[in-house]
Ligand binder design. Structure first.
Ligand SMILES: Nc1nc2c(ncn2[C@@H]2O[C@H](COP(=O)(O)OP(=O)(O)OP(=O)(O)O)[C@@H](O)[C@H]2O)c(=O)[nH]1
Ligand SMILES: [Mg+2]
Length: 455
């Protein structure tokens, strides 16, 4: 996941409190010092680092943990609220009827993010999206955008030989007047210069942009602050997208610096693929960062043909203790489509499933391989067998193995896996506090005392 370094730094700092009922002065200072280092390594500036650690120190001294809450969890909860406060409230975006202008400096990820957003709105909001390539400076920008969206039904408008960006936008808007959402990709610069300023302002007026999204590479760290401020002045930025959060340790600096400019962060880019976009809501983001999980984010990952309701239903079923091979299959199907197991696990509480989030790379790869093989095996089963895996005795196992071209042993392994999953689900549903919490999380994203659940 993004900001792994920060996550493990915070975890290290707070793990010093593990098992403690009372803290002596030295232990508290020690923890704060190592937290300070973690924040600074993630490029939070000195002032913000100080502010967070001071607030934590103050509240650790003043507030008693609630009954049953360990000091470690108490500290985690305080840190959670302080970080969320620093990153600011979320902004809801309703894409229907929106005209979106993407702005930003060179190479920050504008074109890639244009494609990501288009797909996001098409898939999740079911709207008709058209994108317009209005970058007349970068050679090949139009074909780059076309390529990014070649598997999509999103319409791409461009005129590779035209030198007047505003003219492209004007004709593009006319050509796609029936689209629900229009997204315009613009040219970048090393720095905001006069030519670009005029070009962007002209376009913003011409298209009457309802959304002005600034794209910033997380790699720039704290420098994101001044960049956001200057674009904000120019086109009144109402959403910032921080990209490449997957590839840098400095992301904390970028996020916090943007937050101080007052322009809300609305999405983050977490990879080069068109699907590597996430909605940014500070509470969910921080919850995930602190290893508390983000069940609603998990639902965001659901593929096209598995809508939110179905994901909810599947979770409900898992929690209810009914768990057939079919459910497991659906779950795997969803996992496989969603992409790597790694990404999926990053949404779950770190200590859930016996710490699966902390699995090694080799283990994760093995799991990915298993998923593929299991799917093949299950394609050779009847619906009845998938509903009642207990019915899979010797003869049926032999038939399934033959049908799917695997060894009988592998079929038995799958059944054993189902059995383990079923027991785990049962354990989860038997844990009333946990299931209550899971449901509450799905509804509201409220994670208070998540850490107490012994997951
Ligand atoms: N790892 C990672 N790479 C990204 C992400 N977003 C964009 N990139 C990569 O960053 C590079 C630049 O992206 P572009 O979308 O071309 O950036 P741009 O702002 O349009 O660049 P110009 O048009 O030249 O100003 C490409 O190689 C992208 O694949 C992200 O979230 N994660
Ligand atoms: Mg570009």
């Amino acid at each position: 996941m993004a900001l792994e370094g920060l996550a493990s730094g915070i975890f290290n700092a707070l793990s010093r409190l593990k098992g403690r009922r009372r803290l002596n002065e030295e232990e508290l200072k020690d923890m704060l010092k190592s937290l300070r280092r973690a924040l600074q390594e993630a490029d939070f500036n000195v002032r913000q680092t100080k502010e967070i650690t001071n607030r934590l120190e103050e509240r650790m001294r003043e507030e008693e943990p609630r009954p049953g809450v360990t000091i470690q969890t108490h500290a985690m909860n305080i840190l959670y609220t302080e970080l969320v406060r620093m990153l600011g409230p979320a902004r809801e975006i309703r894409p229907h009827g929106a005209t979106i202008m993407m702005v930003g400096l060179y190479g920050q990820g504008k074109t890639t993010t244009t494609a990501k957003l288009a797909e996001w709105y098409r898939r999740r909001h079911g709207v008709r999206v058209a994108v317009i390539e209005a970058d007349v400076h970068r050679p090949g920008a139009y074909s780059q955008l076309q390529q990014l969206l070649e598997d999509s039904t999103v319409e791409v408008y461009g005129e590779p030989d035209e030198k007047d960006a505003a003219a492209i936008v004007r004709r593009g808007l006319a050509a796609h007047s029936s689209a629900d959402v229009i997204i315009v990709d613009t040219a970048g610069r090393h720095q905001l210069d006069q030519e670009l300023v005029v070009e962007l302002q002209d376009m913003a007026t011409l298209m009457n942009a309802t959304e002005r999204f600034l794209v910033i590479d997380a790699q720039v760290g704290q420098a994101a602050g001044p960049v956001a401020a200057s674009f904000n002045e120019l086109v009144d930025v109402n959403g910032v997208i921080v990209t490449k959060l997957d590839g840098t340790a400095r992301g904390g600096g970028a996020l916090s610096a943007v937050a101080t400019t007052g322009a809300p962060i609305v999405y983050v880019g977490v990879g080069e693929k068109v699907s590597d976009l996430e909605r940014f809501e500070s509470d969910r983001f921080i919850s995930r960062l602190l290893g508390m999980g983000d069940i609603r984010g998990l639902i965001d990952l659901a593929p096209d043909d598995l809508d939110e309701e179905e994901a909810m239903r599947l979770t409900e079923r898992m929690m209810s203790g009914r768990f057939t091979l079919n459910d497991m299959y659906k779950q795997m199907e969803m996992m496989a489509k969603v992409g790597t197991v790694d990404r999926l696990l990053s949404f779950l509480p770190a200590n859930m499933f016996g710490g699966m989030g902390a699995m090694g790379k080799a283990q994760k790869e093995a799991m990915q391989d298993n998923l593929e093989r299991y799917q093949v095996i299950m394609d050779s089963m009847t619906n009845f067998e998938k509903d009642e895996p207990m019915s899979l005795k010797a003869e049926r196992i032999r038939r399934v193995a033959r049908g799917s071209g695997v060894k009988e042993k592998e079929v038995r392994e799958l059944i054993a896996q189902w059995n383990r999953s079923r027991k785990m689900m049962k354990g989860m549903s038997g844990n009333r506090k946990l299931s209550k919490q899971m449901r509450a999380m799905m509804k509201s994203g409220d994670f208070d005392d998540m850490q107490n659940m012994g997951m």
